[in-house]
Design a protein around this ligand. Structure first.
Ligand SMILES: Cc1cc2nc3c(=O)[nH]c(=O)nc-3n(C[C@H](O)[C@H](O)[C@H](O)COP(=O)(O)OP(=O)(O)OC[C@H]3O[C@@H](n4cnc5c(N)ncnc54)[C@H](O)[C@@H]3O)c2cc1C
Length: 473
């Protein structure tokens, strides 16, 4: 039987980061990835000779090079990736749009949001400053029971419209809870989006993944694609290895799973071994939030000026922002409109890319996908993408006649390609903040450990290796 000091389930961003960190010290490590390529939730495909990204709108946590303690710079140091190799491009600016032209813009300079609050919500200037001071003092990584972020924020801000507007991007870009989030998650994502901001490395997600895989392999790390882990093997209350879908048993001293909390539990073969991992029920640990996303390529339509200056627009059609699984297949009342080329240093292209995301109902999509009538799912995709266009055209201008390519993916697509139950993009509402499980040599990293987004999931992988494994080898 092959044996490794460390095995990692999953070649998404957290698994790759954990692998690089461990391999960097000359240690043998193997990543097992179910799919044919790396990236997990962040991936890409080719159509008509073009590369289309699935996932990446923007990376959060932008930081200038001089800010040595910022998460982004810490991450790059830990992975030994020189920052200059990424050629970071900052967002133009982003906007939160609510009814009656209520708007808040923000950029990678936090003072933009502060002055927007002053201009649009003058009575909230002092309470907003007091809330920021409280958030700055909060350590989100200390394990503690959940506290409602809505209650926390409302104890400072009394203008409910401002509260709803601030929550909108934070929930869309990171909440695994419906309608509220834990204060720790709120602090992490507030810093990541409003106080730090959005960027993209030059190139596509394929280039970023290529860089990470090359770094990992250069340090001696091993990576096997199309190798799903079917079972986690235990002996005397410890993990001894895994069995892959092809039946091979591979031994390990330590195991990191980035597959997700409920998904990892399902890899134990007996009720006893699963119960030792966690007694939490499936109900409690399965995330319910998923999305549809439409990807468009447009041949230069005459869009509204807002589309030239904004990178991401978060819209909501009513004063209250609801963030839960919609009753219908898609929730058109709110959404995210992203222009992935609207980052500094972009090149002029013949086409405009547009991405539109809405909350979606997994059960409705699963029902259509599994129906005997195989045309139902495709027809439903078409119907909802037409309805989405009607809403989005009112915000950014009419692009319907300029579409040269479009594709829509649904919660079923997300589940199929990532193995996240019910296509839950942000994983389980139960986060394992310290990454520990009841098995001393099994750790959870990535989305279900509780760090958020791309930088967050990578830092999670690095942190789990640093805190729990490197010091024991
Ligand atoms: C549509 C969409 C848009 C997003 N946009 C952004 C964005 O703009 N900015 C941002 O920062 N974040 C974004 N995210 C979130 C970001 O993609 C995730 O936070 C991050 O990629 C999570 O990485 P991970 O490694 O924890 O999990 P995953 O990416 O889910 O990786 C887990 C990996 O494990 C593999 N796996 C699962 N089970 C097994 C098994 N049994 N055996 C072997 N392998 C297994 C999966 O195939 C997968 O590759 C987006 C996500 C989606 C879906």
């Amino acid at each position: 039987m092959r044996r490794y000091p460390l095995l990692i389930i999953g070649g998404g961003l957290s698994g790759l980061a954990a692998g690089i960190r461990f391999a960097r010290f000359g240690q043998k490590v193997l990543i097992l990835e179910k799919h044919v390529k790396a990236g997990g939730l962040n991936s890409y495909y080719h159509r008509r000779g073009r590369l289309f990204e699935t996932g990446l709108h923007a990376i959060t946590n932008y930081a200038p090079p001089a800010d040595k303690h910022a998460p982004l710079n810490r991450l790059l140091r830990q992975l030994k990736i020189p920052r200059r190799t990424l050629k970071l491009r900052q967002q133009f600016s982003s906007e939160i749009l609510f009814p009656e032209r209520s708007s808040l813009c923000f950029s990678n300079d936090f003072s933009t949001l502060q002055s927007q609050v002053a201009e649009n919500f003058p009575d909230s200037v002092q309470p907003f400053a007091a809330m920021i001071a409280a958030l700055d003092a909060y350590d989100p990584f200390t394990p503690r029971p959940k506290i409602s972020a809505r209650e926390f924020v409302s104890s400072f801000l009394h203008d409910t419209l401002l509260v709803e507007m601030l929550f909108c991007p934070l929930m869309f870009y990171g909440s695994s809870d419906e309608d509220d989030m834990d204060i720790s998650q709120f602090v992490i994502i507030f810093r990541a989006i409003y106080q730090e901001g959005f960027f993209r490395p030059q190139g596509t997600i394929k280039d970023l993944l290529g860089l990470l895989v090359t770094q990992y392999k250069n340090f001696g790390g091993e990576l096997e694609f199309s190798t799903g882990v079917k079972e986690i093997l235990t002996e005397n209350d410890a993990i001894i290895g895994v069995r892959t879908a092809s039946g091979e048993e591979i031994g390990c001293d330590y195991l990191i799973s980035t597959a997700g909390y409920p998904e990892t539990k399902r890899l134990f073969a007996t009720p006893d071994t699963a119960a030792k991992f966690s007694t939490a029920t499936e109900d409690k640990t399965s995330g319910r939030l998923s999305f549809t996303e439409s990807i468009y390529l447009l041949d230069k339509p005459a869009l509204k000026p807002i589309t030239e200056t904004r990178t991401i627009i978060f819209y909501n059609l009513s004063e209250q922002f609801t963030y839960h699984r919609p009753e219908k297949a898609v929730g058109l009342n709110s959404g995210v409109i992203c222009f992935p080329e609207n980052f500094e240093g972009g090149q002029n292209s013949d086409y405009i890319q547009l991405r539109v995301t809405h909350l979606a109902n997994y059960d409705a999509w699963r029902h259509a996908y599994d129906a005997d009538d195989k045309s139902l799912y495709a027809a439903m995709k078409k119907e909802w993408s037409e309805r989405s266009k009607e809403v989005v055209c009112k915000i950014i201008g009419n692009y319907q006649k300029n579409i040269v390519y479009e594709d829509t993916f649904t919660p079923v697509t997300i589940e199929r390609y990532t193995s996240r139950t019910q296509g839950a993009v942000y994983g389980s509402p139960e986060k394992i903040k310290d990454g520990r499980t009841n098995y001393e040599n099994l750790y959870i990293a990535g989305t279900d450990q509780g760090y958020l987004g791309i930088v967050g999931s990578m830092l999670s992988g690095v942190t789990m290796v640093n805190h729990h494994i490197l010091n024991k080898i």
